[in-house]
Design a protein around this ligand. Structure first.
Ligand code: COA
Length: 387
């Protein structure tokens, strides 16, 4: 029996900044951001959105009434949790009106947790083939104004339904994974912005990819020619390109050109939304599904997941015949068309207005066109609404 991703859906709030504007405001050459980093726009998260609301907005389009009655496992991957104790998945279960006899759990391992969630879901469905599992990866990438990491911010959520006989992509049992305790990126529990040793983080990412790829080849006997595309965790899209370039010499010129073309398809959407932390790899997969012009059933896709701290995993999935029909129609095009561009001073004000601290606060949820919004804080309890 095959198990894998049957549906996939995305959400990001309706504000963005242009990377040329940011570069000019920070006295940088725009090409450093556009080409050197590989980002053209960046999602800006208003105070009325957080990891919970973004996850709910991403999951809503792929849930039927029957799913809400039958789902019994929700896995919420995030490193932007809203509470040190209570799981974001519990909020999600109520907002999405999922029946009470469900397990709900939040998991964290920097940008890697979404992959762990998918693998847990796969194992659960293998044991319980009639079940579905909802996996969401939802994050806000925050480094701080005028920091080196500012150009690699962003945010959004990816929701995936894992089932038997999936109609988008199987999750193959060829995973290679590793952990090494390093301080490349972290966020102390008192901080709202990440700390990062950017150059070190880039190096660890690249080392993990090569090591896992070599291990994968050894264990499975497969090589670069067995793959139609490689998709990467993309904190910024140049990062994945650097990863891919490390193994390209193993292919002949034609295969190199094909893999590079697929990589371009897999980063088009990430260029516009920025870093999603846990969701970045799966936005890149969605971008590949949306923009590649020659994916066919049976194509093998390699997926490299990386979470600072650090944990990495490489595995493959097989594209299914109906994958195009299973995408939410026009979802990303509509999100992009409806986004409002902010000036840099407007973005800076919104960045600083994020819900923080213990004081009661009322937010204007009606000003946010999303279905699920955060409307404030009362007695230190987040107020979520479906509108
Ligand atoms: N035109 C084209 N490219 C240019 C350029 C220009 N005018 N100016 C610079 N560049 C290139 C550089 O050559 C470099 O390319 P390379 O990485 O291939 O060598 C790239 O742009 C970045 O320049 P750099 O000087 O290294 O930028 P930086 O010191 O501002 O740091 C990051 C960049 C990515 C390290 C920094 O933004 C960061 O720390 N981000 C967070 C990292 C992260 O997300 N970590 C978690 C990983 S999972």
């Amino acid at each position: 029996m095959q198990v894998g991703i049957d549906q996939i859906s995305f959400f990001s709030p309706n504000y963005y900044i242009d990377m040329v504007d940011l570069a000019l405001a920070r006295d940088q050459d725009p090409n450093k951001y556009l080409v050197g980093i590989g980002q053209s726009q960046q999602a800006v998260i208003p105070p009325t959105q957080d990891a919970v609301t973004m996850a709910a907005n991403a999951a809503e389009p792929i849930l039927t009434d029957l799913d809400r009655q039958q789902l019994d496992l929700i896995i919420f991957a995030t490193e932007s949790g809203v509470d040190h104790s209570k799981s974001a998945a519990a909020y999600l279960q109520r907002l999405l009106n999922i029946q009470p006899f469900a397990r709900t759990i939040e998991i964290k391992q920097a940008c890697y947790a979404g992959t762990y969630g998918l693998m847990q879901a796969r194992d659960y469905v293998e044991l319980n083939p009639t079940k579905k599992v909802l996996v969401v990866a939802s994050d806000i990438a925050r480094y701080g104004l005028r920091t080196g990491g500012e150009v690699t911010q962003g945010g959004g959520a990816v929701a995936m339904m894992v089932t038997a006989n999936p109609r988008i992509m199987t999750l193959e049992r060829d995973n290679q994974f590793m952990t090494k305790e390093v301080m490349d990126f972290w966020r102390p529990t008192y901080a709202t912005e990440a700390r990062v040793d950017g150059k070190f983080s880039n190096n660890v990412y690249q080392e993990f990819f090569v090591e896992l790829w070599e291990r994968y080849r050894k264990v499975t006997g497969k090589d670069i020619n067995d793959f139609k595309a490689f998709v990467f965790h993309l904190p910024y899209t140049k990062m994945g390109l650097k990863g891919l370039r490390q193994i390209l010499p193993e292919a002949d010129a034609d295969q190199q050109a094909r893999l590079l073309a697929q990589f371009e398809a897999s980063r088009l959407d990430n260029k516009k939304f920025g870093n999603l932390y846990t969701g970045s790899l799966y936005l890149s997969l969605l971008s590949l599904l949306r923009h590649s012009t020659d994916l066919v059933a049976g194509d093998r896709i390699g997926l490299f997941s990386y979470g600072s701290g650090a944990e990495g995993e490489f595995y493959s999935g097989i594209i299914q015949a109906d994958y195009q029909q299973m995408l939410v129609p026009n979802q990303l095009d509509d999100l992009l068309a409806e986004r409002i561009k902010l000036s840099i001073p407007e973005y800076e004000a919104m960045f600083q207005a994020t819900l923080n601290g213990a004081a009661d606060r009322q937010l204007d949820g009606a000003a946010d066109p999303a279905l699920y919004v955060l409307t404030g804080l009362q007695q230190e309890q987040r107020q979520y609404e479906k509108q």
